[in-house]
Design a protein around this ligand. Structure first.
Ligand SMILES: [Zn+2]
Length: 66
């Protein structure tokens, strides 16, 4: 991968980061899915997918849970 000027490093998943993450919709607590493929908000019933270790917190792109 070639670094580009002005490129902001993607967030990498680590436990400290997970501790500070909040749902962008309700600001509630997010749970990391067991297989680490998404963050889930139980209150909103939404799952925010994690692609290439980068969480996608775009509400419109979140998957509805169950
Ligand atoms: Zn939420």
């Amino acid at each position: 991968m070639v670094p580009r000027m002005g490129y902001i490093s993607p967030m990498t998943l680590n436990r400290e980061l997970i501790d500070i993450l909040a749902c962008p919709r309700c600001k509630g607590e997010l749970k990391l899915r067991a297989d680490e493929s998404a963050f889930e908000c139980g209150a909103c019933r939404l799952a925010y997918p994690i692609v290439d270790d980068i969480p996608n917190f775009i509400i419109e792109e979140a998957e509805a849970l169950g």
